[in-house]
Design a protein around this ligand. Structure first.
Ligand SMILES: Cc1cc2nc3c(=O)[nH]c(=O)nc-3n(C[C@H](O)[C@H](O)[C@H](O)COP(=O)(O)O)c2cc1C
Length: 160
């Protein structure tokens, strides 16, 4: 075990890593999507997920005003959509139009449930905490959806 810099140590622990998309309402209308690597379960009962959102993201502006998000776990057929949602900002383009992802309205706040995903969790934000240049939003899961026949997309499946 040798002392090293943070980036070198991080490379070793990075994979395998799951990915998620968070879906939220845009205050002026419409919906946005963001690709996430930084998310985790934080409670068994009630079930909760935390997502960490950078302050430069359009998603941060949205989540400061809209207190709901869907956490969507992408399937292997969704690599292109995940790359688009992780490189383009909703400030500049409508990512639902770009990705052509099909969806239906969820039960909690009417946010999109992505049909091609492995699972979707509808969350209500119950608290948030600033963590350096990101804010962690903790959401209580109110409704869950799944397609167990689909395979989960991993970070290593992306080309970016
Ligand atoms: C694989 C991958 C993982 C990412 N994980 C996160 C993350 O956990 N948190 C975050 O704020 N941004 C993350 N990003 C960056 C955002 O997805 C990206 O900046 C996005 O374009 C922001 O969109 P927005 O401006 O519409 O919110 C990730 C990007 C990629 C490609």
């Amino acid at each position: 075990m040798n002392r090293t810099d943070f980036s070198s140590a991080l490379k070793i622990i990075k994979n395998p890593a799951k990915l998620a998309l968070a879906v939220m309402a845009i205050p002026d209308g419409g919906f946005n999507l963001i690709t996430l690597e930084w998310f985790m379960r934080t409670s068994i009962q009630p079930p909760m997920f935390a997502i960490s959102i950078g302050h430069s993201r359009f998603s941060y502006d949205c989540l400061q005003k809209e207190r709901f998000f869907n956490l969507c776990f992408p399937s292997q057929g969704m690599a292109d959509a995940v790359e688009i949602c992780g490189t383009i900002s909703g400030r500049d383009q409508d990512k639902f139009i770009l990705t052509k992802l099909e969806w239906f309205k969820g039960r909690l706040a009417g946010l999109p449930i992505i049909k091609s995903a492995v699972a979707n969790f509808e969350c209500r934000t119950i608290t948030q905490v600033q963590s350096g240049d990101h804010t962690i939003y903790i959401g209580e899961v109110k409704y869950s959806w799944s397609s167990p026949e689909k395979k989960l997309l991993l970070l290593e499946n992306l080309t970016i």
